[in-house]
Design a protein around this ligand. Structure first.
Ligand code: ING
Length: 331
């Protein structure tokens, strides 16, 4: 009996700064119901799905940005999502800005802010939590940029690693599910850490500007989507897993995010793609047995990987100059 699960990407269109969370939650409830009608057993919402992508806005003090964070999950405003999913018997992934009062590595209890994603099971259990590790952009106001991208200002680097859990989902007693967020998808290390935990289904949300806002060089617009798809397709192929990558898209207070949410299989094929930049559900039946071929042949890690030659990957942060060729004087 094939191990099949039907998954959905519940893409969100733009959320304006003025839109309250209740509006976003209402829209997400409609998408959850629509996905359920399509037979989805697991629904993936985007990164920072409850509010506008606020890291594009500069606030003098990070506390001023706390209006965009969730101090509790679920809260009164987000509880309807949890009860609807429980009622429909489906699991869901949700990205949000997490404000937590907890000890840091020095043991000091303080307010900590993370770009967070959770995976909630069909019974409402919190199965997995992940805090974004690869924070793109910058921490200080950057006058060169057309639009700011201040994730390094508002979020700490995640402290939960790249987690995988085996848990019931849909009709299956156990699926190996892992999380990453947005920029993480561009880093093969993130995929491989999940792959080394036998992940079968990677869930990720993203908010990605449709234009290069760095203002530091020309990049054709169509490459923005190409790079996003390339990263997810490569990650799936090289780790023999499925992925659901869900966008928040459209123009938020004048800043454009691209959509093109996708569901990708272990061969790296896009099996479903959103075509709007608005609220849209895409669905795919995933036969998890497809993960077996790659991980028992080309990517049988235990047979073919040579970690003794990979030490630069964890030993170095930045790149170093290579040795320079020097022709040896004739002897
Ligand atoms: N957004 C973008 C992303 O990684 C980005 C930032 C875009 C980085 C394009 C590099 C190139 O998709 C978030 N939220 O990480």
């Amino acid at each position: 009996m094939p191990r099949c699960i039907t998954v959905a990407a519940a893409q969100l269109g733009p959320i304006q700064m003025a839109e309250p969370r209740s509006v976003a939650v209402e829209r997400m409830l409609r998408l959850l119901e629509r996905a359920h009608r399509h037979g989805a057993e697991l629904v993936v919402f985007p990164e920072l799905a409850l509010t506008t992508f606020f890291p594009r806005h500069y606030y003098d003090s990070v506390e001023e940005a706390d209006q965009w964070f969730e101090a509790a999950m679920p809260s009164n405003e987000t509880e309807p999502l949890f009860s609807a999913a429980r009622h429909l018997g489906i699991g869901f992934h949700l990205g949000y800005a997490e404000l937590s009062l907890e000890a840091d590595e020095t043991g000091k209890i303080r307010r900590r802010r993370f770009n967070t994603a959770i995976l909630v099971g069909p019974e409402g259990d919190l199965l997995l939590k992940y805090r974004k590790i690869h924070l793109p952009g910058h921490a200080a106001f950057d006058p060169a940029r057309k639009v700011q991208h201040l994730e390094k200002r508002y979020f700490e680097v995640g402290n939960l690693g790249f987690p995988v859990i085996r848990a019931p989902m849909g009709t299956l007693p156990g699926i190996n599910m892992g999380l990453m967020i947005c920029n993480d998808r561009r880093w093969p290390e993130a995929w491989r850490v999940l792959g080394l935990q036998k992940v079968e289904l990677v869930l990720l949300g993203y908010n990605t500007p449709s234009l290069n806002l760095e203002g530091r060089g020309f990049q054709p617009h169509h490459l923005r989507v190409f790079h996003s798809h390339l990263s997810v397709q490569a990650g799936c192929y090289q780790n023999s897993c499925f992925a659901v990558a869900t966008a928040k898209a459209g123009t938020e207070d004048g800043a454009e995010l691209f959509g093109h949410s996708i569901i990708v299989n272990p061969e790296g094929e896009i099996v479903a793609m959103a075509t709007s930049w608005d609220d849209e559900v895409i669905v795919a039946d995933c036969n998890l047995d497809m993960c077996t071929l790659g991980r028992t042949t080309v990517f049988a890690f235990e047979k073919h990987r040579r970690p003794e030659h990979y030490t630069r990957i964890t030993g170095q942060t930045g790149a170093v100059d290579p040795p320079v060729f020097e022709r040896k004087a004739a002897e």
